[in-house]
Design a protein around this ligand. Structure first.
Ligand code: IPM
Ligand code: MG
Length: 360
């Protein structure tokens, strides 16, 4: 099978982790007889430096015409000037919008061998297997009006939290669909006691729940959810929530897994429609403090390629092969610095590739 993958390594540790993930994809291509055609493009701060824009029209077009996009990370102190007219993060948001990827899947699993490494007590972590479905192209990130002005002689800043019914429905429906392949439980997280947009969210989630009686639906306020993620995470299955709540809750959830460096993500538009391009990225940022040192954990990006194979290329066996190799590698004690070890980015990827080589 021949597939087109656009690579956006981005900034900071992005190029290091994407480089290793591509070696994993190359291994899969040769073992299973596929052809992956890569196009590598700049996005984020590196694109501002070269083209004066965090995402050029050409790069967006190269992403839209691919089967899937693999992204590293964007951002860094160099581009942090609040007065700057473009920022690396703007490119990422424009890319998500431009690809129409409204659902961001962030699975959070706790590997038994890493329980000791999490600040939470191991008994809290037993059986944790959560899939956060974060709405990705609406809410505060995109709502209009947005900006700064002077009003009544005061400096003012405005962001708008806006959701249309269809934006809520499509992501909640996807969460229910995914729950059917899991424990059949959806927790819809909102702030319906305060926010109008959350009241609409809850109304629609309730309707979708009625249409899917085989799936159990709970509503939870976001402040309670942030507490429950720590006090009783094993109870959660699929969590669906709006853009910003999902951003915050998934960083919190990554603590369960021991490190942000472990967690992958897939951003999808239409799951049953091959025309939807998927965007795959680890949930961590560009980590400028360790960039260029070759010590970043490539696991989140490597697991993102497994999601790419599963969702965009429909290569389930190949995806599962990567996931089992990662499991086995962690069980064997392979560790980068973020999870208490000394392996370099390259060595960690080598361990995973070796596992796949030796697996039958
Ligand atoms: C994430 C990141 C991004 C987000 C930033 C870099 C814009 O934190 O993917 O979680 O807030 O969505
Ligand atoms: Mg985030």
């Amino acid at each position: 099978m021949k597939s087109k993958i656009t690579l956006l390594p981005g900034d900071g540790i992005g190029p290091e982790v994407v480089g290793e993930a591509v070696r994993v994809l190359d291994f899969i291509a040769s073992k299973y007889n596929h052809t992956f055609e890569y196009k590598e493009r700049l996005m984020g701060g590196c694109s501002i430096d070269k083209y004066g824009s965090s995402l050029t029209d050409e790069t967006l077009a190269d992403c839209q015409s691919a089967d899937a996009v693999l992204l590293g990370a964007v951002g860094g102190p160099k581009w942090d000037d609040p007065a700057a007219k473009d920022r690396p993060e703007r490119g990422l948001l424009a890319l998500r919008k431009g690809l129409g990827v409204f659902a961001n899947l962030r699975p959070v699993k706790v590997h038994p061998a890493l329980m000791e490494w999490s600040p939470l007590k191991p008994e809290k972590l037993q059986g944790v297997d959560i899939l956060v479905v974060r709405e990705l192209t609406g809410g505060l990130y995109f709502g209009w009006p947005k900006g700064r002005d002077i009003k009544d002689d005061r400096e003012r800043a405005v962001d708008t939290l806006e959701y249309y019914d269809y934006e809520i429905r499509r992501v909640v429906e996807l969460a229910f669909k995914l729950a059917k392949g899991r424990k059949k439980k959806v927790t819809s997280v909102d702030k319906a006691n305060v926010l109008e947009s959350s009241r609409l969210w809850r109304q629609i989630a309730t309707q979708v729940g009625k249409e899917n009686p085989d799936v159990e639906l709970d509503h939870m306020l976001v402040d309670t959810a942030s507490m429950r993620l720590i006090t009783g995470p094993a109870w959660m299955d699929v969590v669906v929530t709006e853009n910003m709540f999902g951003d915050i809750l998934t960083d919190e959830a990554s603590v369960l897994a021991g490190s942000m460096g472990m967690l992958p993500s897939a951003s999808l538009g239409r799951m049953n429609d091959a025309s939807g391009v998927g965007l795959y990225e680890p949930i961590h940022g560009s980590a400028p403090d360790i960039a260029g040192k070759g010590i970043a954990n490539p696991t989140g990006t490597i697991l993102s390629t497994a999601m790419l194979l599963r969702y965009s290329l429909k290569l389930e066996a190949e995806a599962a092969a990567i996931e089992s190799a990662v499991e086995a590698t962690i069980s064997n004690g392979a560790r980068t610095a973020d999870i208490g070890g000394k392996l370099s980015t390259r060595q960690m990827a080598d361990e995973i590739i070796n596992k796949m080589q030796n697996a039958e």
